[in-house]
Design a protein around this ligand. Structure first.
Ligand SMILES: [Zn+2]
Length: 607
């Protein structure tokens, strides 16, 4: 026989391990039995297999995603298969093996290999085969809080009823298809809209909710047809419920961004009961990815991001392949990795989106796309939260307020104003900029010949920045604001500790052109170019009591006329729109060139 079975495979499967040699076990399928679903609604065929390594045999459930092997006739009794992924749960003292992924190695053999015995009757005689609960061989992290023992918990109910005052509350992480009497206590972190489908197999409607419990477990529950009609009014986003009964199925990671292997289908046996929110259950569970790290992601991966909205584009309408009109809106979100990414929002969300630039936004379950570099797209299953009360949000707020958030690189390759000092910058006066409609918050890039009219002497003209390297991009400086602690300067971005910070400018100066005036901000390089001194030197003069030198320098640099490439951007502060100007680069005025340009303009005017 060309194919041999793996010795000790069945024992290894029960122990959630790989057999000796660390290869995927090769076993023979002795039998296949179809299990009738007791619930006619949404019935899904399930198969029980008997697997043998020649010495022992063991029953196992076949993951439904492998059902097609049976339908196609590829997997049949006496076939030899290699198990690529499996897990063994011990439930009520019985080992329940689930095969998540197998490959048929060869077609049906003529006979059963060896004389296999039932491992369940032998287990007590075989040392070292104690099965572990909820362990699997995939790299996906196992839920650390998983426990198959239900916790006896008294729940406070809004409307107490004797039947539910005390229930066995299961951790969400422990739910699996072999439990039918379970209750979870969970917060709805997302409630999807009612959707309808209509295809050649029929029509219907459905909606889903994402549920999170006090141990951080999360799972999606979906309702179809009558059940959907029944529960759509019951579930409210943010509220806490006791949910009992329903079918537990494998989650399709293509549509379900949650970390749970399974999802719930609620049916006509399911019970859903609102209960009092004791604050023990967190709201949305985020697992934020830093924006600069998105380049390391894979296409179609679901990610959570948090950042500052740096650009909001107008709503556009596209035609879908099905011929329907669909609204979309692109926004750009930046974080303190100095990177931004395009996030596409669809349908009602695109039309109703009204958060201005500078808003902190947390997004759960955005789909990663490699279209035009890296971009993100929201799905119906994604959720968004504006100005969430999270430590990450407060950290980003501090970063944005310090830097103005104009110095970042877009991971999405397309011309985005504000995404660096590139692209055209037409000549415009301050008056022309004030005429422009900046209310979309989109930055406008322009060049202006302007004169510096005032450089105020302020201690806030620079900040204490981290002299280390950016942990996300060692070719860049960290630049995070650092604070002194016991004589050391500590950076919470790169975890560095330094004897002294690097001072970086945020210099505000007044400018005027022929049409008006504006306060503009110069960041470190540009400010240093203007003043001819790094911030350290000016700070040293001040601390030496040499304020005269500082004032003299500011005076010397005032009333210079320069060509300035600028960004004008409207931001809303405490409800009031305000145009902010930042200077991207400065260059001396070439009067000969400027004169020729003016002569050309006059010639065009006079014909
Ligand atoms: Zn740092």
């Amino acid at each position: 026989m060309a194919t041999s079975l793996t010795p000790g495979a069945v024992q290894a499967i029960q122990a959630n391990q790989k057999p000796e040699g660390n290869n995927f076990p090769v076993v023979q399928v002795l039998g296949i039995k179809k299990i009738q679903s007791k619930n006619k609604q949404n019935s899904q065929d399930r198969y029980r297999l008997v697997l043998s390594d020649g010495a022992f045999y063991q029953q196992a459930m076949l993951g439904i995603q492998q059902n097609e092997l049976i339908a196609a006739g590829t997997l049949a009794p006496n076939c030899v298969v290699q198990l690529k992924e499996y897990l063994c749960n011990q439930i009520h003292g019985k080992n329940i093996v689930i095969i998540l992924n197998l490959e048929v190695v060869c077609g049906p053999l003529d006979a059963v290999v060896g004389n296999p015995q039932n491992i369940e009757q032998q287990a007590s005689q075989v040392p070292g085969t104690a099965p572990a609960a909820m362990k699997k061989l995939t790299p996906k992290p196992e839920p650390t809080t998983a426990s198959l023992k239900p916790v006896q918990q008294h729940t406070k109910l809004a409307a107490p009823s004797s039947s539910t005052q005390s229930k066995n509350i299961f951790p969400i992480a422990s739910l699996n298809p072999y439990q039918n009497k379970w209750t979870i206590k969970a917060r709805v972190t997302r409630k999807g809209p009612m959707k309808t489908w209509n295809n050649n197999k029929g029509s219907g409607n459905l909606f889903s909710v994402d549920l999170v419990d006090n141990q951080g477990g999360e799972i999606r529950a979906t309702c179809f047809k009558e059940t959907a009609d029944k529960f759509i009014e019951v579930f409210e986003e943010g509220k806490v419920y006791l949910v009992s009964r329903g079918q537990i199925k494998f989650a399709n990671s293509k549509f379900n961004p949650l970390s749970h292997d399974y999802e719930i289908t609620l049916d006509n046996t399911s019970e859903v009961e609102l209960c009092q929110d004791d604050g023990a259950i967190p709201t949305v569970q985020y697992n934020f990815e830093r924006i600069s790290n998105l380049v390391n992601g894979t296409k179609d991966q679901m990610v959570d991001v948090i950042g500052v909205i740096s650009d909001v584009q107008d709503v556009a309408t596209i035609n879908t392949k099905a011929g329907k009109e669909l609204s979309k809106r692109d926004i750009f979100v930046a974080d303190d990795t100095n990177s931004s990414v395009k996030v596409t929002i669809w349908a009602d969300r695109a039309e109703q989106f009204n958060s201005p630039n500078g808003t902190i936004i947390a997004i759960k379950g955005a789909r990663l796309s490699d279209y035009g570099g890296v971009s993100l797209s929201l799905t119906a299953a994604s959720s968004m939260e504006v100005n969430p009360d999270l430590p990450e949000a407060h950290r980003l707020r501090g970063w944005f307020d310090e830097t103005g958030g104009t110095i970042y690189q877009s991971l999405t390759q397309q011309f985005t104003p504000g995404a660096g000092d590139s692209g055209p910058a037409p000549k415009k006066s301050f008056a022309e900029i004030k005429e422009e409609n900046l209310s979309s918050g989109k930055p406008v890039k322009f060049t202006n010949r302007a004169t510096i009219t005032s450089i105020p002497d302020k201690d806030s003209s620079w900040y204490t920045s981290c002299p280390g390297k950016d942990p996300n991009d060692p070719s860049r400086n960290c630049n995070k604001k650092v604070n002194e602690s016991n004589g050391q300067w500590v950076c919470d971005k790169c975890d560095g500790t330094f004897p002294a910070p690097k001072l970086r400018y945020i210099l505000h100066v007044a400018c005027a052109d022929a049409t008006g005036t504006a306060w503009v901000t110069l960041f470190d390089d540009v400010a240093q170019q203007l003043l001819g001194q790094p911030a350290e030197v000016i700070n040293a003069w001040k601390s030496e009591g040499n304020s005269d030198a500082v004032l003299q320098l500011y005076k010397d640099k005032t009333f210079q006329t320069l060509n300035m490439k600028m960004l004008a951007k409207e931001e809303v502060y405490q409800g009031d729109p305000k145009v902010k100007y930042s200077v991207q680069s400065i260059s001396p005025v070439n009067y000969a060139t400027e004169s020729r340009e003016l002569i050309e303009q006059i010639r065009q005017l006079t014909g």
